[in-house]
Design a protein around this ligand. Structure first.
Ligand code: URA
Length: 200
């Protein structure tokens, strides 16, 4: 898709604007991830909603506000982490992304992961979790570290929007963020790498 020389998040963002590989592009604006390029923790949601589509930024609507609160509850802010989505465009009426849309958008997510090189990936909800483990259910796997490789751990958490519809999930999300913090501390994972540690 792209020449593999000197790819940066900025070049990725520019290339995504020109891309025509997913039909959702006909009705929505591209939304790439954003955040700290040195982050060790990467959050992955499902797909942009209306506010994200309008502003071209991930998680800036109601679910994003709750995500900010959850991050703050463990002493983090969005500036510390990297936040992205499986699908790079808003599906019509915020419907679930189709398997083909997830497949078409996947290379962008993989390039973001390759650039950020996170140590911990937090899939928010079943669509993002399915990218890494097809047989794990978010209902049973949430709040528990799942080893992907020696270098990368997947730490699934329910999607913040789920708690906006089902208030009973709010506390579960807070508890899972606390478990994430504990995992980071016990694994000695810093919030960000030193800018000098990697040439990205
Ligand atoms: N829900 C998502 O999955 N992603 C966003 O960016 C916003 C809401």
């Amino acid at each position: 898709m792209l020449a593999m020389t000197a790819i940066t998040l900025e070049t990725l963002r520019e290339k995504l604007k020109e891309w025509k590989g997913c039909d959702l592009q006909k009705t929505a604006n591209p939304v790439l991830g954003e955040g700290n390029p040195q982050a060790t923790i990467m959050f992955i949601g499902e797909a942009p909603g209306q506010k994200e589509d309008e502003q071209g930024r991930p998680f800036v609507g109601a679910a994003g506000q709750f995500l900010d609160e959850l991050l703050s509850s463990i002493g983090l802010s969005r500036a510390d982490v990297y936040i992205s989505n499986v699908v790079k465009y808003r599906p019509p009426e915020n419907r679930d992304p189709l398997p083909i849309e997830k497949e078409q958008c996947e290379p962008w997510l993989m390039l973001e992961i390759a650039l950020i090189q996170p140590r911990v990936i937090v899939p928010l909800g079943k669509h993002a979790l399915g990218n890494f483990f097809t047989k794990l259910s978010i209902s049973t796997a949430h709040g528990q570290a799942q080893k992907l490789t020696d270098a990368v751990t997947i730490f699934p958490i329910f999607h913040p929007a789920a708690a906006l519809h089902n208030g009973g999930l709010r506390q579960t999300l807070y508890d899972d963020f606390t478990a994430l913090k504990k995992f980071l501390t016990e694994s000695n994972i810093p919030i960000a790498r030193s800018p000098l540690a990697a040439d990205r």
